[in-house]
Design a protein. Structure first.
Length: 86
């Protein structure tokens, strides 16, 4: 996340900007992203939403990464099987 208005901002920084590059407020957008991540993990892993909320951000990032890897692997397997049967 590169932001010219706020050079101190980085993905690892706790100093979040007040506004996004397009002028929208940052906090509501970020909150929605966190909720979306928690919902996706809860839905995919069959876990309660409240358990996911209690995870650390690092754990959520890892789980989302694993979900994406699994999805990509399954997609690749499906494409290979389609090629086998055609």
């Amino acid at each position: 996340m590169k932001n010219q208005k706020y050079p101190f901002v980085s993905p690892k920084s706790f100093l979040d900007p007040l506004f996004r590059e397009n002028g929208d407020l940052y906090a509501p957008w970020r909150y929605k992203e966190i909720v979306r991540d928690c919902y996706s993990i809860s839905k995919t892993c069959n876990t309660s939403y409240m358990d996911v909320v209690q995870m650390t951000p690092r754990e959520r990032d890892y789980i989302i990464e694993f979900i994406v890897e699994d999805h990509d692997r399954l997609q690749e397997e499906m494409e290979n099987r389609k090629k086998q049967y055609n």
